[in-house]
Ligand binder design. Structure first.
Ligand code: GLN
Length: 446
């Protein structure tokens, strides 16, 4: 009731939720009370959670921020949502997001931009910007997000909250609407690393319905939180602190590093030379996969259908032209081009080769260090409208986060201070399946 009241009071302004499932939430909360009264319960019993509107939720609209799915009531529930519900979580509603998770500012949503609670003239980041704003405004204590190139970590940074992108394959993608399948990963967003550890314990694990989910034991993330940092080796890549970086943002992350040093960690300067190529490689690979994934929205099986089609081709053309927004169309065109017969080798194959170089850079680094750290985002929340007509500039918002997705590694963004009254985040990257270590580092800092 507390959170539903806050949503009613503040979300008209912020626009951080697309759907509020009030009745269902109250019924689930009653059930949680009854469970607790019996002295029973799971990891999350009674915890209100706002799910990103990319996760299918049976009987509830699942829009993915698109006009294409504005009328789509999911016939089944995503594994992430189901696993959290099985541990007693209460679903408050579905959060706003960039259309099909394509964006870094939440401005590509069919449902309009989300406002950053710290300054309502500014964006909350994206694509999980609705989730991050919901948390920052305390409209929900916990949320889910997805991260294909930074969509959990960048909005977490811009809203002063904590978000974790797990190792690729750690969390099932079943029922999560696909953007770029080899990069997409769901993860927890909360006010602290401890909150994320609690949620990850419920979300993670192998799922028969997702063949890319890995059969590795789920860690005891809460138990890992307090480990001592004595002797921890933190890699500090020069590429994360370029000369062009805003001095105050660099200083915020350096200050976090100094704090961890005081707790016994050792800072190791290093270089990841190929990561400077991660944005161009990503903007070939992600659109290529998206163009294929989004071909299912054809106006026939589900989603938006145009009025009075004259023939099948007209049905496809107009349904897709009307259903998709500008950024989604741009990605489909770029992806289709990059995959076409004459250009495949020049673009897609090359991008995949760069992806391998990036992975190898991280592998070499993790032979020397336990975690790698740097700023999450090169800037604080920018003004609504500032980058909408400048896609390349928008794409650069993820310059520090994208390499992690290309390599499939886990990474977290934690709040590390403020610049001009706006939150700044610092990123902690770990080796494969080192979520426990990352959460531990963030928790000790927090
Ligand atoms: N901003 C990036 C993009 O638009 C990443 C989005 C994401 O992680 N879903 O592709």
């Amino acid at each position: 009731e507390h959170f539903l009241r806050r949503i009613r009071q503040f979300d008209g302004e912020l626009n951080s939720l697309i759907t509020v499932t009030e009745e269902q939430a109250l019924a689930q909360a009653d059930a949680a009370d009854a469970t607790l009264a019996r002295g029973e319960g799971g990891l999350l019993t009674g915890l209100p959670v706002a799910h990103k509107d990319i996760f299918c939720t049976e009987g509830v609209r699942t829009s993915c921020g698109s006009r294409m799915l504005d009328n789509f009531i999911a016939p089944y529930t995503a594994t992430v949502v189901e696993k959290m519900a099985a541990q007693g979580a209460v679903m408050l509603g579905k959060t706003n997001m960039d259309e099909f998770a394509m964006g870094s500012s939440n401005e590509t949503s069919f449902y309009g931009p989300v406002k950053n609670p710290w300054d309502q003239e500014r964006v909350p980041g994206g694509s999980s910007g609705g989730a991050a704003a919901t948390l920052a405004a305390r409209l929900a204590p916990a949320a889910t997000g997805t991260d294909t190139g930074g969509s959990i970590r960048q909005p977490a940074a811009l809203n002063g909250v904590t978000g974790l992108k797990p190792t690729y394959g750690r969390v099932s993608r079943w029922g999560m609407i696909a953007f770029a399948s080899s990069l997409d990963q769901a993860g927890p967003m909360g006010l602290s690393a401890a909150d994320c550890a609690l949620m990850l314990g419920a979300m993670a694990g192998h799922d028969d319905k997702d063949s890319t989910s890995l059969d590795q034991p789920v860690g005891d993330y809460l138990n890992d939180l307090n480990q001592n940092l004595e002797g921890l080796r933190i890699g500090v890549p020069e590429e994360f602190f370029p000369e062009t970086l805003d001095g105050a943002i660099a200083e915020s992350s350096r200050e976090a590093l100094r704090e961890l040093e005081k707790q016994g960690a050792k800072l190791v300067p290093l270089s990841l030379p190929s990561i400077t190529l991660s944005v161009p490689a990503y903007y070939v690979i992600a659109p290529a996969e998206a163009s294929s994934n989004l071909s299912r929205f054809d106006g026939v099986r589900y989603g938006h259908r145009c009025d009075d089609p004259v023939d099948l081709l007209d049905l496809y053309k107009r349904s897709r032209s009307e259903g998709f927004g500008e950024e989604v169309k741009r990605r489909i065109l770029v992806g289709t081009y990059a995959l076409s017969a004459g250009y495949y080798d020049a673009y897609y194959r090359r991008a995949q080769q760069v992806r391998r170089l990036i992975r190898d850079d991280f592998a070499r680094a993790f032979a020397e260090v336990d975690v790698i750290m740097g700023p999450t985002s090169p800037e604080t929340a920018f003004k609504i409208g500032a980058k909408v007509n400048d896609p390349i500039n928008m794409y650069m918002a993820d310059v520090f986060t994208i390499a992690v997705n290309l390599a499939g590694l886990p990474a977290l963004s934690m709040p590390s201070g403020f610049v001009n009254g706006l939150p700044v985040g610092t990123q902690v990257i770990g080796n494969y399946f080192q979520e426990g270590r990352i959460l531990n580092v963030a928790h000790r800092y927090q």
